[in-house]
Design a binder for this molecule. Sequence first.
Ligand SMILES: [Zn+2]
Length: 104
Amino acid sequence: MRPRKIPLRKCVACQEMKPKKELIRVVRTPEDQVLIDLTGKKSGRGAYLCGQVRCFQLAKKSKAFERALKLQVDPAIYDQLEQDFIAVEDQFLASKERADDETE
Ligand SMILES: [Zn+2]
């Protein structure tokens, strides 16, 4: 395998730099909604999180989204996001494993 340049992004919760595909993107849409963006292609200001609920909870506690997205985030939105995050976590891990299995 030859090494390739992997784009790195920083998790807003634990501040670790990781390859983009190991992070979940949270986006602030032009309508000021805060959503989980699994495609990574939605327009708007984005924040990256490790694909782990642990980091979501850390971000919630430290208000990392407020800082990263420059938006007041309602506790109800955090609750909704957390549910979405847990729902996508499994999906995310499964797709990551599939990607790791692919030979290039
Ligand atoms: Zn993290």
